[in-house]
Design a protein around this ligand. Structure first.
Ligand SMILES: Nc1nc2c(ncn2[C@@H]2O[C@H](COP(=O)(O)OP(=O)(O)O)[C@@H](O)[C@H]2O)c(=O)[nH]1
Ligand SMILES: [Mg+2]
Length: 87
């Protein structure tokens, strides 16, 4: 039995920045379309994903990793090996 994949392309990005600059809020809005006035501090790594339908019908699956302002170097190298872009 074959199963059609949910998406044709997969992009994985890591977002790193100072605490409380709005990283989680930005990604929550991108994935849920909602803004939360109260946002819990991110502990370690958070994960957001959104399935986007392109104009030609192709699917794009976004994996968005987010980390605290000063993540452990081992965590950063693990994430860097897992993603295609870093912001
Ligand atoms: N006024 C305003 N507040 C924001 C904005 N983005 C985030 N915040 C608030 O700033 C605080 C920290 O946001 P958060 O997303 O948790 O920051 P993070 O630590 O970078 O993930 C939260 O209370 C948010 O509600 C924005 O664009 N405008
Ligand atoms: Mg956060």
């Amino acid at each position: 039995m074959t199963v059609d994949p949910l998406f044709d392309y997969q992009f994985r990005l890591i977002l790193i920045g100072d605490s409380t600059v709005g990283k989680s809020s930005l990604l929550k809005y991108f994935t849920d379309g909602k803004f939360a006035e109260i946002s819990d501090p991110t502990v370690g790594v958070d994960f957001f994903a959104r399935l986007v339908t392109m104009r030609d019908g192709a699917f794009l699956f976004c994996f968005l990793f987010i980390s605290t302002a000063y993540p452990a170097p081992s965590l950063v190298s693990f994430l860097q090996n897992s993603v295609c872009g870093e912001i």
